[in-house]
Design a protein around this ligand. Structure first.
Ligand code: ANZ
Length: 960
């Protein structure tokens, strides 16, 4: 029979659906295994061959685990909210729901052709109200929760209310925006609105004033990477830093747990390190300084402020202080004389994004007019304001030690401030130095020292830091403090296509819709842009107000602030829907809770998660945070959601170029010159669609038809000729680039499936190289994999027997079982495929016809090439789907070699190889070697000093 892959694949894809082959149910008596792919955003461009790489890798593992007897969950869904559909809606008026639906249908069609073992009954879409019900629910639970620092967990906000009413803020050790000081009496005397304001300081989901990149023209907040040189990347409109009320999630409360959890997961060291840096734990000291602000009335104003330092030991080298421009202290420390200069500086900083401030090495700043007093030396030192100090980190104020910190050094040099070295060997002649090691030699500064007997001289930096910390704590001029770089997440977007917040506003304070009213569905709007008054698109929705008494959404013209209130106009960001989706797959149709107890206790967490490294600090932080929060309430049962993580590499495209000769006159038809001739002209390379280039030779006819402006193009061919005659060629240049529509190097998997079949596509994608590596796609190489499958097929198209298999065949197959099993375990799929190729050749040569043995081969290949495996399984009379067969186990006894090969060396130089019986003794080996003719050539005229035999490897004869 022919290997007719088109029919075979269609047949089995249908059968799988008819037989519910991939439907998964909880089975208490079976061990579970949960495989998950980072779900895709269904873009309008459809899938290219790079997208399925990770899905194929995880599909192989899922099938393998099932063959090993595990109950495998392998679901799929869509991250369906997002910007591209909304941008498209703004341009065309098409509702994003329609575009999204269409794109999903196309994705599904493409995915189905590749033969994945997804349980589609569990599909989720983040834009489906039945799904975002639980995103809104989790948000509400975060709103009604706070984080207890002692217990390191989330608890109901009611606890705080009770605490405040009895003790005030006394004894509260919780995550908060700012330290409040309230007595119980003060709290109890507050009205509802005031109390709500206080509680906002503690909630895990809270409305907070944060600095955002605001683009007035576009009417929205922009992410850091959407702003370039102070203007919007799209449109070039000015962007300013603006304080705005936004929903935020108190991710930072979980910093320590997020850090510790990394020790328990099986991820690559590099992703773990990226997360550690992102969390940025830093142990330091908060120190209190006195301040003096000259006033026009004569008497200077006195005050105190706190700085954060990791190098308390450098206190004797402080020569100025710096405040973040946004610091609350700026206003009170700016003197009348300095006012104008400070104001000008602040308006300059307003235009700068945080990213620019951190990456730019430009030195800017302004003197505030005030001074601080060094608590150790009593010296007066100037207080400056500069953008290199960030408001959101530490206390937003620093003590500057230019001799030992490169940013302080650059600042001191620029503004001509003193530089006082403290540590032996520290080289302050260049900008970048870090005296983390070394001995302190210059403390205290003679004559100015105010604290008796305190000296750091002769100590190492580490000892000096410890000593200063203790001293500062004892004298109560500071305290030890652990800081994290991790910020709370801004959770509001001024966008249409996202989850609406189940929130309404009464007396300017947010209130949650009752839980039983969820989900709050996204309303219809006439346009997807901000309103004329700058409100987010939901401001356009007419039916968008909350009737508190009747518990329903009503027309906003009815808002009376008594019973009918305005609903929130922001929507949630992209990461909202992807934060707990893994839990929902466990129990996707449950309409009572996010995930039922039984389901979550069975599936626990994801055993294998596959996705790109680009999510290292976004999704993988947010979802871990979200999961830990739900864990605190017992909804999830594992502290970490994703036990093992594999990051697939990128498949790059191989782009082709044509070279257009430059011309001033653009009305003329273009002239293109072939690769070998192009250096003779001034040219511009232009991407050309790889589908009209074959082996780097341009299909001239197709090229002329590709674009109307090329219809009358002329060419200079590879041999320099200008006229097209049979055999003359135009050669294209090429480069390896990202696979992308704009580079015309996209290869559609559908085409490959039609031409070679899904099994070949699957094999080839895995054969390209290690999963984690990035590698270029080269369609030419696919033939090899296809030929292999044909050969494999042929093995079974002969009379199969029950005769004893030969020893060699047993060995070939058992070697393969061993290799494939360990290769799958280590995700070395490419080497497993090579092993298949070798084994298939061997069995062909051995003329193996043993049915039992060949049947094992089918099971082994089933995870990689499921369609051909099912078909052959059926041909051989296998029962049921091959998915439920049993993974073979190799037997060592077949792997034993009868012979062994040793390298024979003389005086350590390898000369030749010899075969011996596998069980030959050292004496036998020695005798055989010495008798060998070739040995005698080397020995002739010399005497043997010693013979060394390394078992199974080498025999070395030492001569003199
Ligand atoms: C004095 C000093 C001397 C410092 C020295 C460093 C070296 P990490 O390790 O990242 O926590 N700093 C503190 N708050 C800051 C802010 N809001 N913006 C910018 N810089 C800030 O860094 C802590 C160090 O960064 C602190 O220790 C402080 O400078 C600075 F030889 O204080 B150091």
């Amino acid at each position: 029979m022919e290997y007719n892959f088109n029919d075979i694949e269609k047949k089995w894809q249908q059968k799988w659906v008819e037989n519910n082959t991939y439907k998964t149910v909880e089975k208490e008596n079976k061990k579970k295994f949960y495989v998950l792919n980072m779900f895709p955003y269904p873009s309008g461009a459809g899938l290219h061959v790079g997208h399925p790489l990770g899905y194929i890798a995880s599909d192989i593992y899922a099938r393998y685990k099932r063959l090993q007897g595990f109950n495998v969950l392998n679901p799929m869904g869509y991250d369906a909210y997002g910007l591209p559909a909304e941008q498209y809606a703004i341009q065309t008026g098409q509702h994003p729901a329609i575009t999204t639906e269409k794109n999903i249908a196309r994705y599904r069609e493409q995915l189905d052709k590749i033969g994945f073992c997804f349980d589609w009954d569990r599909e989720i879409r983040t834009c489906d109200p039945k799904y975002y019900h639980w995103t809104q629910w989790a948000f509400q639970l975060m709103f009604t929760s706070y984080f207890d620092n002692n217990l390191q967990k989330a608890l109901p906000i009611d606890n705080i209310i009770k605490h405040l009413s009895i003790y005030g803020t006394d004894g509260l050790n919780v995550a908060q925006n700012e330290e409040l000081n309230l007595t119980a009496a003060q709290w109890n005397a507050m009205n509802e609105q005031e109390q709500q304001q206080v509680l906002m300081n503690y909630r895990i989901a809270y409305l907070g004033e944060t600095m955002v990149n605001w683009c007035p023209e576009l009417g929205t907040v922009l992410a850091n990477d959407e702003v370039v040189n102070g203007v919007s990347e799209r449109g070039g409109y000015p962007v300013v830093q603006k304080k705005m009320k936004q929903w935020c999630l108190r991710v930072s409360a979980y910093a320590q747990r997020l850090l510790e959890g990394l020790n328990t997961v099986d991820w690559t060291e590099s992703i773990k390190e990226t997360q550690r840096n992102w969390i940025g734990r830093s142990e330091g000291t908060e120190m209190i300084f006195q301040s003096i602000t000259p006033t026009s009335e004569g008497e200077p104003r006195k005050g105190t402020f706190t700085i954060f330092t990791t190098r308390a030991d450098t206190i004797f080298g402080v020569s100025f202080m710096v405040l973040a421009p946004e610091s609350e202290l700026v206003k009170s420390f700016t003197t009348y004389k300095q006012q104008k200069e400070v104001e000008d500086y602040l308006s300059y900083v307003k235009k700068r994004t945080e990213l620019e401030r951190m990456s730019d090495r430009k030195v800017t700043g302004v003197f505030s007019g005030s001074y601080a007093i060094n608590p150790f030396t009593n010296e007066q030192i100037p207080i400056w304001i500069s953008e290199y100090v960030l408001a959101g980190y530490g206390t937003g104020a620093i003590m500057a030690v230019p001799a030992h910190d490169s940013r302080d050094y650059a600042f001191a040099k620029h503004f001509n401030l003193p530089i006082i070295p403290l540590i032996q060997g520290a080289d302050i002649s260049h900008e970048s130095f870090d005296a983390k090691e070394g001995i302190v030699i210059n403390s205290p500064i003679k004559g100015k020292f105010s604290i008796d007997g305190f000296s750091l001289n002769g100590l190492t930096v580490k000892e000096a830091i410890a000593k200063t910390k203790t001293f500062v704590t004892e004298k109560q001029i500071g305290q030890v403090k652990i800081n994290y770089r991790l910020r709370n997440a801004i959770f509001s977007r001024q966008r249409y296509w996202g989850e609406p917040f189940p929130v309404y506003y009464k007396n300017n304070m947010p209130y949650m819709l009752p839980e039983e009213c969820l989900p709050l569905e996204l309303p219809e709007v006439d346009k997807y842009e901000p309103t004329e008054t700058g409100e987010p698109p939901l401001g356009r929705a007419p039916i968008w107000a909350w009737n508190e008494a009747e518990k329903k959404v009503v027309n906003k013209s009815l808002i009376d602030q008594k019973n009918i209130f305005a609903l929130e106009l922001n929507t949630m960001p992209g990461f909202a829907g992807s934060s707990a989706y893994y839990l929902r797959y466990m129990d996707p149709h449950n309409n009572k809770t996010i995930v039922g107890k039984k389901a979550v206790e069975y599936w626990q967490n994801v055993d294998l998660y596959v996705g790109g490294t680009e999510h290292a600090t976004g999704h993988l932080i947010y979802s871990r945070f979200w999961n830990k929060f739900l864990f605190d309430y017992g909804y999830s049962v594992k502290e970490e959601p994703f036990q093992k993580l594999i990051n697939q590499g990128m498949i790059q495209g191989r782009s082709n170029f044509v070279y257009r000769i430059n011309t001033e006159d653009h009305s003329k038809d273009p002239v293109f010159v072939s690769l070998g001739q192009k250096d003779k002209y001034k040219v511009t390379p232009i991407h050309v669609d790889v589908n009209i280039v074959h082996g780097d030779i341009l299909d001239i006819k197709a090229f002329k038809a590709w674009r109307p402006e090329y219809k009358n193009a002329s060419f200079i061919f590879e041999d320099g000729s200008k006229k097209y005659i049979e055999g003359v060629k135009y050669k294209c240049g090429w480069a390896i680039e990202k696979m992308s529509k704009s580079m015309f190097n996209v290869v559609n998997p559908d085409l490959i499936v039609n031409q070679y079949g899904a099994d070949t596509l699957r094999l080839y994608e895995m054969f390209l190289g290690p999963i984690e590596a990035s590698k270029p796609w080269d369609t030419n190489g696919i033939d090899g994999c296809h030929r292999f499958l044909r050969k494999f097929w042929k093995l079974f198209q002969q009379e199969l027997t029950n005769d004893e298999p030969s020893k060699d065949s047993l060995k070939s197959v058992h070697k393969l079982i061993k290799k494939v099993t360990s290769d799958i375990e280590s995700f070395s799929y490419n080497t497993a495929i090579s092993a298949f190729m070798i084994c298939t050749n061997e069995l062909g040569q051995q003329k193996c016809t043993n049915k039992k043995l060949l049947k094992q081969l089918i099971i082994l290949i089933a995870p990689f090439a499921p369609h051909i495996a099912e078909e052959l399984w059926e041909q051989l009379g296998g029962t049921g789907s091959i998915c439920d067969a049993q993974w073979p186990i190799y037997d060592d006894k077949y792997l034993k070699e009868d012979q062994m090969q040793l390298t024979v060396s003389f005086n350590g130089k390898a000369r030749f190889q010899m075969l011996f019986a596998a069980n030959a003794s050292n004496d036998e080996i020695q005798n055989k070697v010495l008798k060998e003719k070739k040995s005698q050539q080397y020995i002739a005229g010399k005497s043997i000093v010693k013979i060394i035999i390394v078992p199974k490897k080498i025999i070395n004869i030492v001569l003199k």
